[in-house]
Design a protein around this ligand. Sequence first.
Ligand code: HEM
Length: 129
Amino acid sequence: MEPQKNDPKNLWDWFNPKGRNVGGWAFILNRIAALGLVFYLYLHLFVLGKLAQGPQVFDQFIATAKSPLYILGELLVIAAALYHGLNGVRVLLTSFNIGVPQQKQMFYTALLLSVLGTLVFAVRMFTVH
Ligand code: HEM
């Protein structure tokens, strides 16, 4: 007998890319983006906590936050927020039985808009100071 595809009891199957459809990839990307946003939320609170240590400490952080590595990290947050939000609208619509036959096109649209939106932010953040 053929082994069952993507058996949730098999740990490797959680990471096996074989046999997944577009909706599956949309869900995985949505979850990764969501976990990234939750991580960022705590990072954001940690950084804001520096305000309690006085203006000098915060100014020092702001100076380091202008480095390209920080900007790249901020772009990841923007990409995650755009994709998670736009795909979230897709999930909500299909949950109400709206546009189910077009769910793939909605995923590609959400992905495209996220990439384009992130590019707009990238240009502004790397060129405007
Ligand atoms: C525009 C704002 C947002 C919208 C429209 C939205 C929408 C959604 C939807 C529809 C789901 C369910 C996905 C599914 O069942 O397939 C979801 C899951 C989730 N969202 Fe959001 N969300 C938003 C913002 C956020 C933010 C800011 C965070 C984190 C700080 C977040 C964290 C999560 C988490 C952790 C999940 C569970 C993911 C999973 O089970 O795979 N969301 N969101």
